[in-house]
Design a protein around this ligand. Structure first.
Ligand SMILES: [Zn+2]
Length: 100
């Protein structure tokens, strides 16, 4: 069934071996775990900034919904990959950006 589902929708990420790795750390951990990076790789193949083609392997995970300094959570739905240049430019100011 998993193999059929994996072939049915090209945008569906199917993980064959469930590891029970936590994907939600809230404020308990600042940096994304390897499991969270793998989860993000299922969605992104490069930096999450529009137009940036930096490959995922050369990105850092950033707190997309709210920056860590502003109370952001290290939860998979609230993180996204960003290359070093764009990760340093994340913020709420007009000259900055964030993943939506
Ligand atoms: Zn980038």
């Amino acid at each position: 069934m998993i193999k059929l589902a994996a072939d049915a929708q090209p945008h569906l990420a199917v993980f064959d071996d469930v590891t029970n790795e936590p994907l939600f750390f809230g404020r308990g951990r600042r940096l994304a775990s390897q499991a969270q990076r793998l989860m993000a790789f299922g969605h992104y193949r490069s930096c999450s900034k529009d137009g940036c083609t930096t490959p995922f392997a050369h990105t850092e995970m950033h707190h997309a919904e709210a920056d860590w300094a502003d109370g952001g959570l290290t939860d998979s739905p609230h993180t996204a990959p960003a290359c070093g240049r764009h990760n340093r430019a994340v913020g709420c100011e007009p000259h900055q950006w964030t993943t939506r």
